[in-house]
Design a protein around this ligand. Sequence first.
Ligand code: F6P
Length: 319
Amino acid sequence: VKSIAVLTSGGDSQGMNAAVRAVVRSALFHGLEVYAVQRGYQGLIKDDIRPMDLRSVGDIIQRGGTILQTARCKEFLTPEGQQLGAENLRKRGIDGLVVIGGDGSYQGANKLSKLGIRTMGLPGTIDNDIPFTDYTIGFDTAVSIVVDAINKLRDTMTSHERSSVVEVMGRHCGDIALFAGLASGAEAILVPEVPYDLDDVAARMSDNFQHGKRHSIIVVAEGVGSGEDISRQITERNGIEPRVTVLGHIQRGGSPTHNDRILASRLGDFAVRQLMAGDSGKALGIVNGELVATDIDKVVNTKKPFNREMYDLALRLSQ
Ligand code: F6P
């Protein structure tokens, strides 16, 4: 490849900017031309594409959000939309594309690859729901935001000997709840991957209070249902009235952690090197600290395995 483009797509995540910076600077380092597509696949269809230089990605490594903006684009799901997107790249001589986003964005990258544009997908989502990578860009920051929020809730819960239900994001994946729950000593973690028993949760809460605990934190992944519902069902069982906090989009903002910046930088550079080596249709990730490239087809058709060992550990330690 001689000329590549980069876009961010789907829900934004912290570290997307660091990834864009890495793609642009690595491409320029290797003597490639590099372009940015604004607003994800929508910008590809609307031909909103501009050349990038070293300075155009200055002062962004520390910023949340994405300077390229993002969109969830229905039109790109159609063959006509995909064809138009490929043509808009080709007419500028762009033959490689780095897509930073979640699994929906990967499907688009796969289609473009089949139309002859070399594509690489980088896992940009707070949800950590993409297989063949241990972590996605943004996940570490989202978890630290949840942990910070739970620390604050704990202070006031303990003073009042209360209970808290904290609803976190993650779509169908329980990883944000699992990691934040273990890191903050939650008494219960409800995730879509593991069947839960609210009778047991409610009984343990009462028992814990009787045995000297002064608070209880229940983390609920949004894939399980709403925090309000869970709280109500707990009250019906044990009479305790947990206060509910829905953290929502706060989890998607703010400055990325050093882990997310480093992951984004490594993956952005890796994407450029893979494109230069002539590879296409790959989703990039990190497994046991090593950079890996996996066929997008395989990635979008596989469910991310859930870390049951960590889940059981969290429960054991929170007694
Ligand atoms: O995929 C990221 C995510 O934040 C999910 O955790 C959540 O379910 C969804 O996006 C929210 O979507 P929106 O930003 O469209 O409200």
